[in-house]
Design a protein around this ligand. Sequence first.
Ligand code: NAD
Length: 308
Amino acid sequence: MPGIRPGMTTERLGMTATIIDGKTIAAQLRGRIAGEVARLTSAHNVTPSIAVVLVGADPASEVYVRTKSKAVAEAGMRAVDRKLPATTSEAELLALVAELNKDPSVHGILVQLPLPPQIDSHRIISAIDPAKDVDGFHPLNVGRLASGLPALVPCTPLGCVMLAKTVRPSLAGLEAVVIGRSNIVGKPVAQLLLAENATVTLTHSKTRDLPGVCRRADILVAAIGRPEMVRGDWIKPGAVVIDVGINRVAGEGGKARIVGDVAFTEALAVAGAITPVPGGVGPMTIACLLLNTVRAACALNHLPPPAV
Ligand code: NAD
């Protein structure tokens, strides 16, 4: 939107919301992580390292893996990229995971999803050492999060809660509504909000009167995958809106553009604060992956958790 930049308060334009600048917040987090990595390397000879496994040549996954590897290197960490052909069997991938589990120089293992159809992704995720599960998808980490025990938690949900806390440092007692119940975003973000003592409602495609439920939310998290589904009149005045959606739509002149799950311009007029798309939740996901890897490296080396 012309004239609107992240971080800017939009009062002057007749709007109310503060734009939560995920790009800058993520860059600051990556800076603190780099400091911690340097300290771990010099004081303990531990350089956090992550193995990123990519099976096949899905172009979106390739871009994502490249971005991850760049961020890992910039933070002073070590990236071990393992590329396997699309024809890889489940047994071959399980053998690689077993090798990485055993390797003491690898602290985090990330198997890029989706996997080719001959591989059962649940079986692969369950084979990753939970102590190296930096995606937080292993059933043990999922259960630990649900039980309120320390866990490696999924990166995007972690980023959502961090962003919400930049504008509402305490979420205790607030009404939080999450739209979407996927294992990757919706369910874990609901668990994290519950751990912050919010009163959480988890909604989905079968929820009745979704707009009415959303209007109760002090914190609204949209993780649906439907362009601009959440309209301005679904939002409680002053609410914090976290938009996880990444949707490619045709823009002016047929050029593709990325929009979120929230009708951004409408939401700006009602919300207290909102994350933009792009530049909101997306950059936090990778920063949180780095954070999880440093946490895993500390735990595996019996060191206290990182101070970031
Ligand atoms: P998903 O398809 O697994 O889940 C979507 C959820 O939305 C489902 O639980 C479904 O019940 C719900 N839903 C679908 N239609 C609905 C409707 N009409 N009303 C209410 N609920 C409805 O998707 P996901 O993996 O959770 O991802 C959601 C979005 O977030 C996608 O746009 C994805 O690209 C994006 N995403 C972004 C990041 C990031 O780093 N920013 C990371 C992961 C996912």
